[in-house]
Design a protein around this ligand. Structure first.
Ligand code: ZN
Length: 274
């Protein structure tokens, strides 16, 4: 199975705005969140299917895609929206590492519209030459480019505490309940300490209570604030939602990415091997 392409041509169509021109490299998740360390990139289901011998590609500096124009990458995401996401990441990291005894459910004051645009923008950056997203192409472009637009009604963004190593990025991932005729499209971005899932077309999402979605904030103004809960104790399991559960079916393609930190080079010395 081919691995996800991360470096395409120097010029092409921006994954967010659709403009044809020079392309820049986007760190996904963005700088300030994900560690820029050597990683092994594989398709998400490969370790489950092929075990420890699965195919992977080495990257030296985190996961990056050359897929955005400079305006979308630097002026929109980097300057206007990413700082809110990074602030949330830093707050949750501090809560996760505190030695104080604190209630499991904590509340953060954030600007949801900036946070959602940052997450959705980096989800769009995944893949090379992937501006076309079917029915979502125009709604996603307009939402990210126009700070006055509400978050589209057909979409849902949920989040949860993710206290695990590694990075998971997917797009175009279909999920359905056993016996259900309806499937939902999922885009996922996970890296300590947060997981996000963008869901198209109203999937009642097993494992994430409704209070951990951004849905009720979809019509706020760009700088309106809201208090959002984060549950540090009752969080979904490590491989949620990209691996199927007992009552769900997943359909994924090579565009799903799992990035794990590469083990350090060399051999661990034990008393016997010296
Ligand atoms: Zn652009």
């Amino acid at each position: 199975m081919p691995l996800k392409q991360t470096r395409g041509p120097q010029t092409g169509v921006c994954n967010v705005c659709g403009t044809n021109g020079p392309l820049t490299v986007d760190h996904t998740p963005p700088k300030g969140w994900a560690p820029h360390v050597p990683m092994r990139v594989s398709e998400v289901m490969a370790p489950l299917r092929e075990g420890t011998r699965h195919q992977y590609k080495k990257v030296s500096n985190g996961v990056q895609f050359r897929s955005l124009c400079q305006r979308c990458n630097r002026d929109l995401l980097g300057s206007r929206y990413d700082p809110e996401l990074i602030r949330m990441v830093q707050s949750v990291t501090a809560l996760a590492k505190t030695s104080l005894h604190i209630p499991a459910i904590q509340f953060l004051r954030i600007k949801p519209q900036r946070l959602i645009r940052s997450v959705v923008g980096h989800l769009c950056a995944q893949g090379v030459e992937r501006y076309e997203k079917g029915e979502l192409t125009v709604p996603l472009r307009d939402y990210i480019m126009d700070s006055g637009k509400p978050f589209p009604d057909r979409l849902s963004l949920c989040y949860w505490f993710f206290p695990y190593p590694g990075v998971v990025l997917t797009r175009d991932y279909h999920i359905t309940h056993l016996g259900s005729k309806q499937t939902s499209l999922l885009w996922i971005m996970k890296c300590f300490p947060l997981g996000f899932a963008l869901i198209d077309s109203g999937y009642s999402f097993d494992g994430i209570p409704a209070q951990f979605t951004m849905d009720r904030h979809r019509r706020l103004g760009i700088d309106d604030e809201a208090e959002i809960p984060v549950d540090l104790l009752q969080h979904p399991p490590r491989y949620f939602p990209e691996h199927p559960s007992n009552n769900s079916i997943i359909m994924s393609g090579p565009e799903s990415t799992l990035a794990s930190a590469s083990p350090p080079r060399g051999r661990v010395l034990t008393p016997r091997s010296r």
